[in-house]
Ligand binder design. Structure first.
Ligand code: HEM
Length: 134
């Protein structure tokens, strides 16, 4: 199975078991990781945020195959840049650790291969987003 298929199956398992709660879990954990991260979300409508995060996974799966950002992914990356949300490149490590930690906790099929597959899918997107920071 390709990394994309492994990660997609993991995503389906987790959403099947956890449903939208998964995204609540994600932001609870992520915002709790540092005051700097929390302050970035000071004015955020978290209900909308959970929904846009859910959608962004499909753009990430897509990017894994095409290596070409679709319009939504490009807009998303540009929003995180220094001149907009100003998300420093270092914060993405926490983002990925948070995701992997939750998957480890909630995906009954999680193992080393699934972890590698998720990294293979998400890291290129993170690299792309970091590349648009300046
Ligand atoms: C691969 C990693 C990430 C993905 C897929 C992602 C996804 C998204 C998406 C889809 C949006 C909505 C953009 C829109 O308004 O249309 C967003 C907004 C946002 N993201 Fe990220 N993000 C990532 C990393 C981060 C990191 C590391 C931070 C650090 C704090 C962060 C902070 C924010 C903030 C503050 C917003 C704006 C919320 C608002 O509108 O008030 N993101 N993100």
């Amino acid at each position: 199975m390709s990394p994309k298929q492994l990660a997609q199956k993991s995503f389906v398992r987790v959403l099947g078991l956890r449903g939208p709660e998964f995204f609540d879990d994600f932001y609870r954990d992520f915002l709790g990781r540092s005051p700097e991260i929390k302050s970035k979300f000071a004015g955020t409508d978290m209900e909308r945020q959970r929904e846009v995060l859910r959608a962004s996974f499909y753009h990430m799966f897509d990017y894994f195959e095409t290596r070409r950002p679709n319009v939504r992914l490009e807009e998303m990356a540009r929003r995180h840049a220094r001149n907009q949300l100003d998300i420093p490149p270092s914060m993405y490590d926490e983002w990925l650790n948070c995701l992997l930690g939750l998957l480890r906790q909630h995906d009954p099929g999680f193992d080393a291969a699934v972890e590698e597959a998720w990294k293979a899918v998400v890291m290129p997107v993170i690299e792309y987003m970091r590349g648009l920071y300046e």
